[in-house]
Ligand binder design. Sequence first.
Ligand SMILES: Cc1cc2nc3c(=O)[nH]c(=O)nc-3n(C[C@H](O)[C@H](O)[C@H](O)COP(=O)(O)OP(=O)(O)OC[C@H]3O[C@@H](n4cnc5c(N)ncnc54)[C@H](O)[C@@H]3O)c2cc1C
Length: 414
Amino acid sequence: MARSDVIVIGAGVVGLSVAIAAQMRGLTVTVIDREGPAAGASAGNAGAFAFTDILPLASPGILKKAPKWLLDPLGPLSIRPAYALNIAPWMFRFWRACSASRVAHSTSAQTALMDLSKAELEPFLSATDTLSMLRKEGNLQVYESDAEFRASLPGWEARELHGIEFRHMDAAEMAAIQPGIAPRFIRATFTPGWYSIADPKLYTLALAEHFRARGGVVEIAEVTALRPVSDGVEIVLAGDVARSAGKVVLSAGAFSHRVARSLGENIPLETERGYNTTLPSDALDLRTQITFGGHGFVVTRLTSGIRVGGAVELGGLDLPPNYARSDAMLKKAKTFLPGLKTAGGTQWMGFRPSMPDSLPAIGRAKVTPNVVYAFGHGHLGLTQAAGTARLVADLLQDQSPAIDLASFSPSRFG
Ligand SMILES: Cc1cc2nc3c(=O)[nH]c(=O)nc-3n(C[C@H](O)[C@H](O)[C@H](O)COP(=O)(O)OP(=O)(O)OC[C@H]3O[C@@H](n4cnc5c(N)ncnc54)[C@H](O)[C@@H]3O)c2cc1C
């Protein structure tokens, strides 16, 4: 096999976007994935380009909600008892990232990455012949009480400062945008600048196809270690086979820290496991994405059907899924959207790759400039893939990146 300029590890939406961006700069690129394209979180997400989500998850608001949420074992946030001790160090860092000054810092970094990602998205979709998959149907965030609505206001004020467009509305206006929401929801906020993709799995597969059609190679193999060598990087595969390249991009989603460990780095990447059920397309006449923020899930219309999904389960990479969580979410969705037909669904669980401060890790490895990290996008990997691809391509070509990457440094936790 001819040696590529760049090997990208991981054929999720982040890895493939990076591979295409590098290819567009004239570099030869191979992508290595242990299962093939769209095997991870990129297949089953909610399909939202959530550019208005500039506030980090690690924030005082989540600390207030968490105790109530944790009381319900099938609620929006849960910790698998068998994993509680393992995740304690990550949770400590998460808690530290919730201070006012850290939140202000993360918001400003997240905003810069969101702006870049939004600016890069449509040119990227055009260049990859996927623009027809873009939907601009907005998002409707709904509230069950005035208290819940009032609690959301500081977040909206912060977005307003950043010029993000939204409209608060009463139940009648909400029904004009999306009929059929249960009367317990008395208010809503509509965000027109929230885009989505017709289907995240089909989009990721289309990126793989585009990449291959332009000479890119996708190899199916598991990467076990990286070793810096004089002219680049050696990539060790399961079975002790090796590949080499001038540069390597590590974008193996929630598994990336395991590979980074072979370079002596201990990166606090965890997974926030998420669940969903995808129902047949006629399950609901859905006109926009609906966010049930108080319950931690969204309902989205995709090519593959109506997807009811979300929740955060802290349970690591190895415990089996608990699909009772998908069942519980679907049951709630039926109460909130009485017209929803809940039969015939397919359940799924995926691993969000999450750093404690809700910012991804984008930057060079400590031990060698020839390895670039691009992982840890948490709830926003689809949203930020095109922006991340631009930044990584800049780093691969030793150009100064389009935004300051200090806040995204993979080694920011020491
Ligand atoms: C329920 C849910 C809803 C979500 N909704 C949204 C949303 O609406 N909008 C949004 O922006 N984001 C959303 N996300 C988050 C988003 O899905 C992720 O941030 C994103 O998919 C991460 O992409 P990735 O390419 O980094 O990782 P992945 O898609 O997980 O890809 C990683 C790839 O690496 C491969 N791999 C792993 N280890 C190795 C190895 N050692 N060797 C070779 N290959 C390896 C895997 O096989 C996999 O294909 C959601 C996530 C979940 C779980």
